[in-house]
Design a protein. Sequence first.
Length: 429
Amino acid sequence: MGLWGVTTAATDKPKFLPDDKNAAGSTGSKEHCIAVAGGWGLAPGLAASGNDNTAAQPEILVCVKNLAEAFGSASIIGVDWTDATVADTGTFDITVTFDEAVDVTSAAWSANQTITNKAYILLSRVGQTDMVEDSTMACMYFSGSGTNQLTFRGTSQTNAAAGYLAFNGEGQGDSGIVTGINFDGTATITEEDGSSGLSIRLEAGTAAAGSFGAKLIANGSGGAVATVNGALSGSTTLVVDGVSGTLAVGQVITVQDTSTAAITDADGNTGLSTDNTLTITAVASQTSVTVSEAITVADNVVLLAMADGGEEIIVDALGFKVAGPTFDSREDITVARRTGGDASVALQLESATLDLDGFAAHDADSAKLVQESGNAASNDSDGRNEEGKTLNTDPYVVESSLDDAATFSQAGSSSGTANILKGIDVAAS
């Protein structure tokens, strides 16, 4: 296995970075490692990066050419918050971690439930007795633009009864609600290359998507079809005939038959045949136009000239699905661990505790309570010694309400269940 890879999986981030989200020192942890144009970088503005300037140039830890571009749209890789009791009408912060730095446009935060032109996460305040939603909490964008960690702050609505917080739609009897970051009106999110973080992405491995998943773009809603009339060789003057529609400045030029990349640029690359970067810059007539760069193309190639080709198709919310290794798998937030946490937590023995073979545990990591078959009180009860004194058997793990998962299923004191945010409750008025 290599020392690093090129996917969002934690195992592909540089191996020298610790998993612990509280890691201090000069390295930071894996949650602070982001994809930038030059490779794996250290998010700026942290103690680990040596300054508090979140707009500083990220330090490149491992050089990987065009890593951020290869990732496609920025992906959510974790959520976190500080365990606490939220006071009646008090505030609650939730932090969302991305795999690269993002920029947010959102109206100013306010201590109410007004979401006009704002990026926000909608939570439900559920009653502790029946787990039914009593009110909602709109956690609006608060800080973090320009980094890979965004903070959303919500204000609790007053209620006579104590409650829990859950992602909207998780309360007893609720369904069909998007659990994620919503973008109202003019609110939006962009990546470091200026493209939208809300663009729809093709599944990894589909045609033209590659191993990471490409963005889904619009072919165009208006334009013309034309046929090359005379081969070009390194020229910007394109002569055509058989025009159907109207050629105009600003239209994007691509080939009609995408199975043949018939247009070549000055460097011999054919990407501009379909990537929507070749445009019309001047129109001499409906049979002669000037294009944005010198091209080579054969005679009789059918071209498309589109008015709005290449625009990303975007959504109005980012669902809370934690990215899998190559974007072709997802983990639901209800079972995902919190940022920097462990996928499972095992019961550990106290340091220096003797095992069945009489050996002492030298540190906590080497002594876990494991499932022993047969009479566990009897040394060598199931031939474990013959199998090897260092054999690792399955550990006992704690239930979900105690591990590092973001949410767990909580039963109401009288009825109902809901997946609530771990470590958070809301005080009564």
